[in-house]
Design a binder for this molecule. Structure first.
Ligand SMILES: [Zn+2]
Length: 141
């Protein structure tokens, strides 16, 4: 995936498998920290992260018209920040990528799916508390 270097703003291509390793900017050699915010995923990025990430991946299926999705978004962002370096949070817009929603039987949103090593470990539809969302990112093994 593409990450912006916080020091020089140059784009760096980082394989999903290495997202949480020490990554050095190809341009200025500064260290690029692991993602601490939800990442908007298209199908290609989704596949790459789900398959290659070495940590739990929480996917938030959402849409702009969905009130509860908007309500829960700050909790998702907060969880991504607190779990930075230990988990990855993706967001999938179900209007832009309905194929992904169908594939994971997302019938109502918000819908949270937790993957570990490419396998669905947990799935929950509806509103969730900040504590719940954070606890989903602690999936082991
Ligand atoms: Zn840089």
């Amino acid at each position: 995936m593409i990450s912006l270097c916080p020091s020089c703003n140059k784009k760096n291509r980082i394989p999903a498998a290495n997202l949480l390793d020490r990554v050095i900017c190809g341009s200025c050699k500064a260290e690029i920290p692991p993602p601490s915010e939800p990442i908007e995923a298209d199908p290609a990025l989704f596949e790459e992260v789900i398959k290659e990430a070495k940590v739990p991946v929480l996917v938030d299926f959402w849409a702009g018209w969905c009130g509860p999705c908007v309500m829960v978004a700050p909790f998702v962002r907060d969880a991504a920040k607190k779990a930075a370096g230990r988990a990855i949070v993706l967001k999938v817009n179900t209007e832009d990528h309905p194929d992904l929603a169908v594939r994971f039987r997302v019938q109502s949103i918000p819908n949270f799916v937790v993957f570990r090593n490419g396998i669905v470990r947990r799935q929950k539809a509806g509103l969730a508390s900040p504590e719940q969302i954070l606890s989903w990112l602690e999936v082991d093994g």
